[in-house]
Structures are given as C-alpha cells and as structure tokens.
Design a protein around this ligand. Sequence first.
Ligand SMILES: [Zn+2]
Ligand SMILES: [Zn+2]
Length: 148
Amino acid sequence: MQNECSSKEICVRCGGAHTTPNCDKPPKCINCNGEHPASNKDCPKRIENIKIITKVAKEKCSYKEARTEVKHEIKKQDIVHRPKTKSPLPKEHKEIEDLLVFIALLLKKLPAIKEENAQFIYITDLVKKVFGFEIQPQNLTKRFTELI
Ligand SMILES: [Zn+2]
Ligand SMILES: [Zn+2]
C-alpha cells in the first residue's frame, strides 16, 4: 500500500509524475497553470483558496457561497488596480530624465545669456555634463542655422 502511494508522486514544480528534486521541467502550477511551482506563495489560486477558506470559517457560509464572493471581490480589485499598473518604464528611462533635466536647465539659463555665442558654449557645456559627450560650439551654430 505504502509503495503504491509513493509511486504516485506528483511534482510540486511542474505537476508531472516524478519527485520534485528530479524535475528538469519549467515550473507549471497545477492549481492555476501559471509559470511557478504549485508551492509558490504568490499563486493567485492559492491566495484565492486561502481567502475562501477564511471566509467559510469567519462567516460560516458554504464553500460555494464563499467562492462566489471571493471571485467577485478579486474581480473588483482587479478593476480598481488596473489603472494604477503602468507598463514598466523603458530602459532609456534614465536618458529621458537626463534629457528633461537638460531642457529644464537650458530654458532656465538661456534667456539670461544675451550673447548667442555664449549660449552655444553653455549648451555644449551642458551636453557634456549631462550626457557625457562633446560637441563643438561652432558645429552647433552651423546646425542651428541649417535647421531654422
Ligand atoms: Zn516536475
Ligand atoms: Zn499557481
């Protein structure tokens, strides 16, 4: 009897018919089909089940009732949280920040610099400080007249 039981080992990692230490498959949750082991604390199905069981114990309702309510609550939470979950920031995030700082400094300082030449020198200095590369002020002057 005992032998029969241990031969029906279910892998916690992928749900396959082998022991977990021998598993070489990517994790797949048997509860929710997510890409994590069934033992994962953050498994949505596991969290849901804990909520249902807690509800049954607390409110003395049936399992079915509790499940319906918990599913309803989770759905509601999803809708509330969705607008807050922004897509992850791009890798160039830091560069965008630098660019904004650059523009802000430029706008703040430029009107105070009367001479055009001094403005270009200021810009090229700032580019070097913020972005770390060098531009010749005269190149900038040239491009500037080309563009405008
Ligand atoms: Zn496995
Ligand atoms: Zn899961």
